[in-house]
Structures are given as structure tokens and as C-alpha cells.
Design a protein around this ligand. Structure first.
Ligand code: ATP
Ligand code: MG
Length: 446
């Protein structure tokens, strides 16, 4: 990291050269500089320039451009199937709503532009022909692995509270440790997150959840997370007093989120899977706590939480089902698994094995022998899939028309009969062959 040379894709170098040729000095800024210095492939390249958006449009005459954020001075340039955002240097005015600056002003000072950025590691600028421009010592913070705000964290989070979630995301995804002042300010300013649009919150939340270090960050940033997901608050410090568990509900949730594969659907499911436990808890005479019905109640609560966060309906319904079924533990034999598949379907069955593994990994080690049971379950699901075993009536070798062909009257009984045939196949009573099923249908009718 000492010699600061960043290898840039050709389309970026060319664009910088074009800007240069027009007397406009472009600097790479933000996430691409941070990622490149960390040895990570930048997802996209952002350029900052001293000229106004109007001048920029003239300079880019001949290029395909889209005014993605004209109000903020951002133009997206499309070059060789890539898009590059070019933004005029700006300084932000006063913030009165914890969301947006009341007005923005363009400036010709790069340093001022870097000063309005959120974290020191995001406030560096780079050009191939100059030293790294790093007025806030972002590179040192990168080397130390510490996330620090540019300026006073309370001020910065009060200007735009979404920065709290961005901080959590950068710690979770990139492994930074939050600077202690930043963490304290995040706590203090978390009520301001209520002013932020749910769309912005949800987008950051999903990225945060998919980070490698999410468990640790969830434990550090309890208050902001509970501000965006209020029912989670009861899980904090909630002792499960049950031999299966060694963690509080919140810590168990944090461990399971991190333990499951980093897919938004799975991570959202883990985040909410036990959310109802404190709400349904009963304690028996021996002081052991039970959580009967937490699956149903949790599924309903998750639906509400995700609806409030503006999540799409498909994801909401999927999470709902996965939470409802997260504690099902079918035996791994063929019939039990086939019956289970009739209930949940193949796709969910495989997702549920991942969920059960994550869940189990955050329970008392005495129960870890159940991992082999989950492995056996997965093996059987895959075997049945390879064999083409039907998980719903559409997979049967007969359909309603076939049944009517042997004289069964149209009507709801056709559907019931197909379901009975499906169950007979799952129970191993008959094979999934047309003649066999038609014979069975006749028998079931009489
Ligand atoms: P990635 O693209 O990997 O998600 P990034 O750091 O590039 O991360 P962007 O949202 O693309 O994040 O923002 C680009 C840059 O703009 C950031 O690096 C930061 O300098 C600045 N920035 C973005 N959002 C904010 C904000 N809310 N407050 C202050 N600066 C911000
Ligand atoms: Mg970016």
C-alpha cells in the first residue's frame, strides 16, 4: 500500500484523458479509491471535477450521458457498457432535516468536496499523475482498519442519519472497527434514523446484513438497529433460560445472521426468525423458558416489519414462510422428506436446511450432533429431486383431464383426488406412473 499506484480500467483512463484534454482535471473519489487501496475490485468509478454541471455537459459532448442527479451536480457517462458518475465539486449547506442539505453549493476546491464526505476512508482522491490526496488521513485509517467520520461524528450523523447505517455497513462488509467516538455518536443520534426514508434504510440494511462481519457489528450497534427494527429491542439481553440455548435472543440472532450464507433472503430471515420469542415466552415450574408459537407469531411480525421498511411483496412472503417453517425437523427417511416437500416445496426445503444449520450453530454445543441429521435431510431432498419426485400435483404423471377420461366427474373432487394420489406417491404406496395412478384413482373412488 505504500506506493500508491492504482491500476485503472482503460475506459476510466480514457475518460480522465478526455477531461484533461478539455482542461478539466478529474479525480477519482470515494469507494473506488478506498476499495483499490484495500486490494478489492471497485464496483464502479466515481470522478469529481472542478467545473459546473453545465460546463461538464459541454465537455462531454459526444458521450452518452444521463442526468442522474442534476440537482446534486451528477452526470452519469456511459462508456463501453460501463457507467461512470462524474460529480462537480460541491460543499453541502446547512442540514435541518437530518436527511438532505437545505442547499448545495458548487465549489472549485477539491478539499471542500472531500470534507463533505462521510468517512475518512471515503474521502480520498486519486489521479494517476499525482500523489494520493488524503487530507483526512483516510489511508492511515485503512491501514489501521478503523472507520472514522470526517469531522465530528455527532455533527455528521445529525446532518444525515443514514450515515449511521452506512458506517454499520462498511464495518460489516469491509471489516472495519468503528472508532469509539463514531460508535458513541451512532448510539446518541440513532433516533434521527426515524426521519430517513424507509427505502434508503432498507437498501443499506440489506447490504449491512450481507457483510462478513455482521454479527460483531450487530452487537456493537444495538441501538441503531433496534431503531430501524423496533420489535427487536425486546430480544436484547433476553435470557432464554433453556438448555438448548447459551445466548440471549439478540446474540443468538446476531450469530445466526452471520452463520448463514450472505444472501439477502436468508439474512433477513435469520434477523427476524426469533423476533417473537420474548413476546410468547412462558416459564415452567422449573424455571425453564418456552417459546411455543414463536414461529407463527414471528412470521407475522416479520411481515409487518418488512412491510414497514418498504420491502417488496415477494421477499416479504418468502421470509414469512421460511420463519413459519424454520423449526420443522423432518426425519431424514424418504417418506418423511417427501411429505415435507409436499408442505414446503424443493426450493424452500433447501433454504431451510441452510437456516437450520445457521440456527443450530448458535445453540448449545451439546445439540450439535443434529448437524448430521440436517446433512442427511439435505441428501434425501437432493436424491428425491434427482429422481424427479413430485412436490406438488403438477409433478404427477396424471392430471385432471386424465381423471375425467376414466369417468370421474369434473369438480372439486378432481383436486382432492390429485392430492390423495400425490400423498400416496409420497408415502411409497404407488409409483408416479400414469397407469398405476389411474388404477389407484379408481380404487380411491370406490
Ligand atoms: P459502494 O459503492 O461500494 O457501495 P461507496 O463508498 O462508493 O461504496 P456510494 O454510496 O457509491 O458509496 O457513495 C460514493 C461516495 O460518496 C462515498 O464514498 C462518500 O465519499 C460519498 N457519500 C455517499 N453517501 C454519502 C452520505 N450520505 N454522506 C456523505 N458522503 C456520502
Ligand atoms: Mg460507489
Amino acid at each position: 500500500m505504500n506506493d500508491c499506484k492504482i491500476v485503472l480500467p482503460e475506459y476510466v483512463t480514457r475518460l480522465l484523458a478526455h477531461l484533461d484534454s478539455k482542461g478539466c482535471t478529474g479525480y477519482l473519489v470515494g469507494g473506488c479509491v478506498r476499495d483499490a487501496l484495500m486490494g478489492r475490485q471497485p464496483q464502479d468509478y466515481d470522478i469529481a471535477v472542478a467545473v459546473s454541471p453545465k460546463e461538464l455537459k459541454c465537455i462531454l459532448d459526444g458521450y452518452r450521458t444521463v442526468e442522474t442527479g442534476a440537482r446534486f451536480g451528477t452526470l452519469t457517462v456511459l462508456v463501453q457498457k460501463h457507467s461512470v458518475e462524474i460529480t462537480s465539486f460541491r460543499r453541502d449547506g446547512v442540514y435541518t432535516d437530518s436527511r438532505h442539505p437545505d442547499k448545495i453549493e458548487f465549489t472549485n476546491s477539491l478539499i471542500e468536496d472531500l470534507a463533505r464526505r462521510d468517512f475518512t476512508v471515503n474521502a480520498m482522491a486519486y489521479r494517476p499523475d499525482t500523489e494520493l490526496i488524503d487530507p483526512f488521513h483516510g489511508r492511515q485509517d485503512l491501514q489501521r482498519g478503523v472507520l472514522t467520520c470526517v469531522g465530528d461524528p455527532t455533527t455528521r450523523f445529525s446532518e444525515d442519519a443514514l450515515r449511521i447505517l452506512r458506517a454499520m455497513r462498511f464495518c460489516s462488509v469491509l471489516g472495519f472497527t468503528a472508532d469509539s467516538k463514531l460508535a458513541a455518536a451512532a448510539d446518541k443520534c440513532s433516533p434521527l434514523l426515524r426521519e430517513i426514508s424507509v427505502q434508503r434504510i432498507y437498501a443499506e440494511l440489506v447490504k449491512f446484513l450481507c457483510g462478513k462481519y455482521v454479527g460483531r457489528v450487530m452487537r456493537q450497534f444495538v441501538k441503531p438497529l433496534c431503531t430501524v427494527i423496533p420489535p427487536l429491542e425486546k430480544a436484547v439481553d433476553f435470557d432464554q433460560k433453556n438448555p438448548h440455548h447459551i445466548y440471549t435472543v439478540y446474540d443468538h440472532i446476531a450469530a445466526t445472521v452471520e452463520a448463514c450464507p450472505p444472501q439477502p433472503l436468508l439474512r433477513l430471515t435469520m434477523l427476524l426468525h426469533d423476533i417473537a420469542k420474548p413476546y410468547v415466552m412462558t416459564e415452567d415450574a422449573n424455571g425453564v423458558r418456552h417459546f411455543r408459537g414463536h414461529q407463527e407469531r414471528g412470521a407475522q411480525m416479520a411481515r409487518q416489519v418488512l412491510t414497514d421498511l418498504g420491502c417488496d411483496r415477494r421477499t416479504i412472503e418468502k421470509v414469512y414462510r421460511l420463519i413459519l417453517w424454520h423449526d420443522l425437523r423432518p426425519a431424514a427417511d424418504r417418506v418423511s422428506i417427501h411429505r415435507y416437500l409436499l408442505q414446503v416445496g424443493y426450493e424452500n426445503a433447501l433454504l431451510l436446511t441452510q437456516i437450520r444449520r445457521a440456527d443450530l450453530s448458535a445453540q448449545a454445543p451439546a445439540y450439535h450432533d443434529q448437524f448430521s441429521q440436517i446433512d442427511a435431510t439435505e441428501k434425501m431432498i437432493r436424491l428425491l429431486w434427482e429422481e424427479g419426485a413430485p412436490a406438488d400435483v403438477s409433478g404427477l404423471a396424471v392430471n385432471g383431464v386424465d381423471l375425467m377420461g376414466i369417468g370421474i366427474r369434473p369438480g372439486p373432487q378432481i383436486g382432492c383426488l390429485l392430492t390423495s394420489l400425490l400423498e400416496a406417491v409420497a408415502d411409497g404406496e404407488v409409483t408416479n406412473e400414469k397407469n398405476v395412478l389411474l388404477q389407484k384413482a379408481v380404487m380411491l373412488q370406490t
